[in-house]
Structure formats: structure tokens, C-alpha cells
Design a protein around this ligand. Structure first.
Ligand code: EPU
Length: 337
């Protein structure tokens, strides 16, 4: 059964720590709960939004509809061969609890994604990524409930159309699919992915390369650069790294030889939004209750009592500066509601 409350404060339910109220707040566990909720709701036109960990959202006003919050738990081993395991994880599990479980059991593939805040069900939506890895590399399928069809479907990896911080769940199925569980394929003979920055040097400094040591190193790097939302409200990277034509990057490099560039395909590259924002002088700058983090310019922070609108004003000022100085558009990574 699902539970419903009215006029629920969301302040402790979003990592930015922004005050906002949801008209209705529903906790669900299973597809049957969702079926029952959608069958019973008096106004079918009322909007709904799935809020899991609340780590990638900015509320700019009260939510006029129903917030759906998953409370499902569980990791199930579905299959095991000599090389790999297949595990199904409930959407309501904490992502980092799953990564910890995988590392402890010797299952490779998600260790570079250690300490990313949020729930497993949110991982496919924006295809979470860090330190050279993306969730999509290990996802086998995603189980969703589709309210419009009152149907449960399993979408395999190719159907999910994963790309850099993108998927079908942010495109065609935006607002139309509620993720119930995610099935992963993890390796029993992991190939370590240590190409990012000084990750390799850090891991090797602690001894032979193991899953646990990769996890430890990633956790240490994150703790150095990224603010803990429990202390300083934030939603991780506020902007996506912009993907631009190679020619644009080549022209910029003539003026800025140290511009970081990451290859995407034959004709496109990704720029580091954090670097662009930093170069515009925003790093560590504070504007009232909001500001730009002093160790990673991609992260906007709430010093306490900020409104979502104040965060957006800051974001727009940053976008405008980056546009004027570099001629590059940076889009928000966070979902603005
Ligand atoms: N940089 C600066 N100044 C800054 C920030 C970055 O000059 O203030 C430069 C760095 O020196 C580096 C480059 O920009 O040359 C890239 O920076 P970094 O390695 O910190 O990674 P990022 O591209 O800024 C992305 C993800 C992070 C993830 C890191 C590590 C996005 C939007 N963000 O950041 O993800 O942890 O890579 O892999 O892709 C998140 O999504 O919430 C998040 C934290």
C-alpha cells in the first residue's frame, strides 16, 4: 500500500535544502502501489514528480501536484557465471550502499561511481558518471511503470538511449515512466578504469590495485572537491559540460591554450564547464545566501535560507558570462522545478 500526506515540506528532502511544499506526498514501493495511486487520484490532470534522494533538483516554487517517493529496498542476485553476475536493485536503494555492496563482494563496474549521492532508481535518468565511468556501462535493463498505459515494462540498455548525462527518461519518457528497479551486469574479473586525473597514482600509492582501493581513492577525491550537502546545501554539478563542435574548441584553444577538452566523437568535444566558470572569476563568489563553491566552480551552494529563485538568478548570471566570454552555452544539469 502507498501512503499519502498533504502539504509536505520538502526542505529536508532536497540536498539544496530549499524550502518548498508539496501539495501531496506519496511513498510507494511496488508497481501495485503506483497502480492503486493512479487509479484513486481524483484529478488525473494533476502533475506528479518522482523525487528519490532529491540530490539533483532545484525547487523554485511549491510543487502543485504529487511528489512520488520510492521506498523500495533490496538487491537480488539473478544470475552468476564464471565472468559476471547479474543483479537487480530496487529503485529506492541508496546508490552508494549498492556500490559498497558490489565492492565488498568483488563485483566490478561501479567502483568509480562511489559516493555519488542519490538512489539507484535515479541513476539511469541522468546516466550518472564520474572519474571516467558511467552507470550506462553496467546497466542491463531498467524496469519502469508507465502510468498512461498502466503497464510495467523492462527496457534494455539500448532502448534507454544513454548518452553523457542523458537518457530516454530525460527525453521521450520524461515524466511518463517511473523507475521501479535497475538490473546491472557486474564483472568478476574487473578491468580497472584509472584514466582520470591522478586516480591511478592515488590507487597505486596504497598498494596493489583492488576494487576497494579504487573506491577509497574516488571517495577521497570527491571529499576534497565536492561539498557535503549535509553541511552545505548543493546538488552536485549544477551545469552539464557543454559538447561543442571540434572547430569551436580549436578556435578557443588559440586564445586559451590550457582549455581542457575531452573527446566525444570525430567532430565533437566536451569542454569543462567548471573551468569556463572558474575563468570568468566565479569560483568562491558569494551572492547573498547563494554562491559558487570554492573548490569546484560547477557546484552552486546554499549558505542557508536561499530560495530556488536566488539560485536561478546566480545560474543565469554565470550562463551569461560564459556566453559572453567564450560564446558557449552551458545548460543546467539539475532539474529545475
Ligand atoms: N576545473 C577548473 N575549475 C573548477 C572546476 C574544474 O579549472 O572550478 C577544471 C579542472 O581542473 C579540470 C576540468 O575543469 O581540468 C574538469 O574538472 P573535474 O575533473 O573536477 O570534473 P568536471 O568535468 O568539472 C565532472 C562531473 C562530476 C564528476 C567529475 C569527476 C559533470 C557535469 N560533472 O565534473 O559529477 O564528479 O567530472 O569525474 O559531468 C555531478 O554530476 O554532480 C558531479 C559532481
Amino acid at each position: 500500500m502507498y501512503t499519502q500526506r498533504d502539504h509536505q515540506s520538502l526542505k529536508t528532502r532536497n540536498s539544496f535544502g530549499i524550502e518548498a511544499t508539496a501539495r501531496h506526498y506519496v511513498e510507494f514501493e511496488t508497481a501495485a502501489d503506483l497502480q492503486a495511486f493512479f487509479a484513486a487520484r481524483p484529478d488525473p490532470q494533476e502533475p506528479y514528480y518522482v523525487l528519490s534522494g532529491g540530490n539533483n533538483v532545484l525547487f523554485t516554487e511549491d510543487y502543485p501536484g504529487t511528489i512520488l517517493h520510492p521506498v523500495s529496498r533490496g538487491i537480488t542476485l539473478l544470475d552468476r557465471t564464471d565472468d559476471r553476475v547479474v543483479v537487480r536493485v530496487a529503485g529506492g536503494e541508496e546508490w552508494d550502499d549498492f556500490v559498497h555492496w558490489a565492492v565488498v563482494n568483488g563485483y566490478g563496474g561501479v567502483e568509480n561511481l562511489s559516493l555519488i549521492p542519490g538512489y539507484v532508481g535515479a541513476a539511469p535518468v541522468q546516466n550518472i558518471g564520474a572519474y571516467g565511468a558511467e552507470a550506462a556501462q553496467t546497466i542491463r535493463d531498467v524496469e519502469v511503470y508507465l502510468p498512461q498505459r498502466n503497464e510495467v515494462q523492462r527496457l534494455d540498455r539500448s532502448a534507454c538511449r544513454f548518452a553523457y548525462r542523458d537518457s530516454l527518461f530525460k527525453g521521450e519518457l520524461k515524466g511518463k515512466a517511473i523507475i521501479l528497479s535497475v538490473t546491472f551486469e557486474l564483472s568478476l574479473h574487473p578491468t580497472f578504469n584509472l584514466g582520470y586525473g591522478d586516480l591511478k597514482a592515488r590507487v597505486e600509492a596504497s598498494g596493489e590495485v583492488t576494487l576497494a582501493r579504487v573506491r577509497e581513492a574516488v571517495m577521497a577525491i570527491r571529499r576534497e572537491k565536492l561539498p557535503d550537502p549535509a553541511i552545505l546545501g548543493n546538488a552536485g554539478s549544477f551545469f552539464k559540460n557543454p559538447v561543442v563542435p571540434l572547430s569551436v574548441a580549436e578556435t578557443l584553444r588559440q586564445t586559451y591554450p590550457d582549455l581542457p577538452i575531452y573527446s566525444v566523437d570525430a567532430t565533437h568535444v566536451k569542454l569543462a564547464a567548471g573551468w569556463l566558470i572558474d575563468r570568468c572569476g566565479w569560483k568562491g563568489r558569494r551572492q547573498g545566501a547563494v554562491g559558487v563553491h570554492d573548490r569546484q566552480a560547477l557546484v552552486l551552494v546554499n549558505y542557508g535560507g536561499a530560495t530556488g529563485r536566488q539560485v536561478m538568478e546566480l545560474a543565469r548570471a554565470i550562463q551569461q558570462d560564459v556566453r559572453q566570454r567564450f560564446g558557449v552555452e552551458i545548460d543546467t544539469e539539475v532539474n529545475v522545478l
